[in-house]
Design a protein around this ligand. Structure first.
Ligand code: ADP
Ligand code: MG
Length: 700
């Protein structure tokens, strides 16, 4: 079947028609022949094996048995009746049960005739039964063709109600495969022979109607590989094209500002990881291509200083820089920290947020346009059209997952040439995911914490032990430390969560009375100026306890805070818990994190608590998170398209991904535009696949 025919609307398939076509489209997203072929079974029923009744063990297993019915009777139930048949083979007997459809069954069942039954086992009062079995007369001539793995397709309630059963779907696919006969090969010969792969045609047949378990797994391997391969080709190609095409401002020199700062202002020695990353960045900036780099580093690894020094490189070359943060609190804190560091070297820094006064804004706009201002720090307010730079050379984006694609794109438009972009994230992303999400970005990793940090001690406590936790809080405060107490507020608007927070706040105020104790509170429903005021009091040490929601999560830096209490910790995801914990352990003191939960924990919840108490390593935590939740729930994945994988699984098929990536890498290296003879089919497939899709515009 050629590429064009594959695009035929599904209503033209024999057996579909307009009504079914509508359902297929709305319920399953199947619009064209191609979509139906790529609608893969999510499991297979093993019909290659026949069981004897005496062998049966697991309830709820699906089994196939040959035997005959010796007796049928109707039994009363609380409501209605059930139909029970005795079914036996030469090794034993069991019951078949029907709760509905009695009439048809009574009329059609034959006593003492050999049947093949199939279904899920139940165990009841010491013997096995099978409710609503699939039942077929045994036909020895047919038995051979029945022995196979039967596909099971995903379905919806609406589909089953409207009679589009698994059998219907598989019949449609069977028909389409018959019609298609063969499929164009989509992988190069060397890949096929190196990896001993099935052809496309064979793979399509065996993934839907496998003749054996071995052929099924070969078919799956081939199709998963193909899926990853084209994703990687696209990502890697995009990166290469980008580098070749999109010019950036060359920052040729490391100059005065950078050097003075490095020699006489920088308050500590950079870690080796920070130095390495700065070198990587400098190399990018010195080339003629636009930098598009992701900087990953665990909380507290010192990304801010790297960002500042990168901005100084821009300024040394006569450009301006901006730093965009996701919240006002964070932007303000960056502003305060960085302006202090910039002051001695005469670099001008300003802050722009939603609450900047109109009058100040006007002045700021002016200073930005005439180039007086070197660095602008702010929130989303930075990307408004009224904000015009004289020459923006670098944009740093902190905690990028909070920004949408469109917002980032807007930043780009502020110049004739796009500014260099450095995106920083404290949410470590597992390698597998990074490969797929950020294949088109260059990635730097700070994998080392500044020296002298003590690992945070994390414990898990049940809320019945709250009094002991309060005592511990008091001890820490007596030592002069500060404490965060965080409540889950998953959605800022959910009143239910909000009540939890306010109740918690009230009880904290009761337990920690004024004037000995001062308690701050910060949450999403407060006005920005009130939030800033409360934050300020905590930062300055005027309050010892900060009761907060997750607005506190990103970036906030109060080195004297040494204790993080997380209430209802089971309601947070792993990466969020890790982020929250990162708010402490920033000073010289031993820091602690206490996770408080109810007694009842789901098994995922238990794993999360165990992971948190076992390790401080963000990358390790991210791996567990990925396994627990799948990629769909990890930050940054929604916009990536990675969730549209049709057959491959990012976590389970990790190894296949790596193989596919390395093959794709080779192609891009030698033949960027797929012009070589042996890449002809790549060219065709690639074009067909990405023709009308601008997917995964991750940054651009
Ligand atoms: P994050 O990567 O989470 O953004 P920050 O940039 O906020 O981390 O750095 C955390 C703290 O570590 C800050 O107080 C910063 O001044 C300090 N810091 C950064 N780099 C070093 C270093 N090389 N040596 C000592 N302290 C450092
Ligand atoms: Mg930070």
């Amino acid at each position: 079947m050629d590429t064009k025919t594959l695009q035929t609307p599904i209503e033209y398939l024999k057996g579909v028609g307009p009504g079914r076509a509508d359902l297929l489209k709305t319920e399953l997203g199947i619009h064209r022949f191609q979509d139906l072929l790529q609608f893969f079974p999510f499991r297979y029923i093993d019909k290659s094996r026949f069981y004897k009744i005496s062998e049966l063990q697991d309830t709820s297993a699906e089994v196939q048995i040959i035997g005959k019915i010796t007796n049928v009777r109707t039994l009363p139930m609380k409501r209605g009746k059930r139909l029970v048949a005795d079914f036996e083979d030469e090794t034993g007997s069991m019951e078949l049960v029907w709760f509905r459809g009695h009439k048809w069954i009574l009329e059609n069942l034959k006593i003492d005739t050999p049947y093949v039954i199939f279904g899920k086992l139940n165990h009841f009062k010491g013997s096995f039964s099978m409710p609503h079995p699939e039942i077929d007369e045994l036909d020895n001539s047919k038995i051979k063709s029945q022995i196979r793995l039967q596909p099971v397709y995903p379905s919806t309630e609406k589909l089953s109600k409207r009679g589009i059963s698994n059998r219907v779907i598989s019949t449609l696919i069977f028909g389409l495969l018959e019609q298609a006969k063969t499929f164009q090969e989509t992988l190069p010969h060397n890949v096929l022979s190196d990896l001993k792969m099935l052809s496309k045609t064979e793979a399509m047949r065996h993934v839907h109607f496998p003749q054996s378990a071995e052929l099924l797994s070969k078919a799956q391997f081939r199709l998963k590989f193909e899926e990853f391969y084209y994703i990687q080709l696209q990502l890697l190609r995009k990166n290469a094209v980008h580098k070749a095409k999109i010019k950036g401002f060359p920052f040729e020199q490391v100059g005065e500002y950078f050097n003075t700062f490095y020699k006489s202002v920088l308050p500590f020695e950079l870690t080796n990881a920070q130095k390495r990353v700065l070198k990587e960045i400098r190399k990018d900036l010195g080339s003629n291509a636009q930098m598009n780099r992701l900087l990953q580093g665990d909380v507290g690894s010192g990304k801010t200083i790297v960002a500042l020094m990168t901005m100084l490189m821009a300024i040394d070359n006569g450009f301006q820089a901006c730093l965009m943060a996701p919240t006002e609190i964070l932007a303000t804190q960056h502003y305060e920290g960085l302006s202090e560091l910039c002051e001695p070297i005469g670099v001008e820094v300003a802050l722009l947020t939603g609450s900047t006064k109109k009058k100040d804004r006007t002045i700021l706009h002016e200073r930005l346009r005439n180039g007086d201002l070197h660095i602008l720090i702010g929130t989303h307010a930075l990307i408004e059209d009224t904000v015009q730079f004289k020459n923006l050379g670098l944009a740093v984006i902190d905690e990028q997952h909070r920004f949408g694609v469109a917002q980032r794109a807007k930043l780009w438009k502020k110049n004739s040439l796009p500014p260099h972009v450095l995106v920083m994230t404290a949410t470590p992303i597992p390698r597998t995911l990074a490969m797929s999400l950020y294949g088109d970005l260059d990635v730097s990793v700070i994998d080392e914490l500044p020296p002298g940090r003590k690992a945070i001690k994390t414990v898990h406590r049940y809320d019945s032990n709250r009094l002991k936790v309060f005592k511990f809080i008091k001890d820490e405060i007596d030592k002069g430390r500060q404490v965060y107490i965080v409540y889950p507020l998953i959605e800022e608007s959910a009143n239910f969560d909000y009540k939890d927070l306010m109740d918690g706040y009230a009880s904290i105020e009761r337990e920690f009375p004024k004037p000995k104790y001062q308690v701050s509170i910060v949450h999403g429903k407060m006005k920005p100026e009130d939030k800033a005021y409360e934050m300020e009091r905590f930062v300055k040490g005027k309050t010892q306890i900060m009761v907060a929601t997750t607005v506190i999560e990103v970036g906030v830096n109060v080195p004297n805070a040494s204790l993080m209490i997380i209430e209802s910790a089971e309601r947070f995801g792993l990466s969020q818990l890790h982020q929250l914990r990162g708010r402490v352990g920033r000073g010289a003191e031993q820091s602690y994190c206490v996770l408080i939960t109810g007694k009842k924990l789901s098994s995922d919840g238990k794993t999360r608590m165990e992971t948190m108490t076992a390790t401080n390593d963000g990358f390790q935590i991210a791996e567990v998170d990925l396994k627990l939740r799948g990629p769909g729930n990890l930050m940054g994945t929604q916009q990536s398209g990675i969730l549209n994988l049709k057959i491959a699984d990012l976590v389970k098929d990790n190894q296949i991904l790596k193989t596919a990536r390395s093959y794709a890498h080779h192609v891009i290296k030698v033949d960027l535009n797929f012009q070589m003879d042996e890449h002809k089919m790549i060219n065709l497939t690639y074009r067909a696949m990405f023709k009308d899709q601008t997917i995964w515009n991750y940054i651009s």
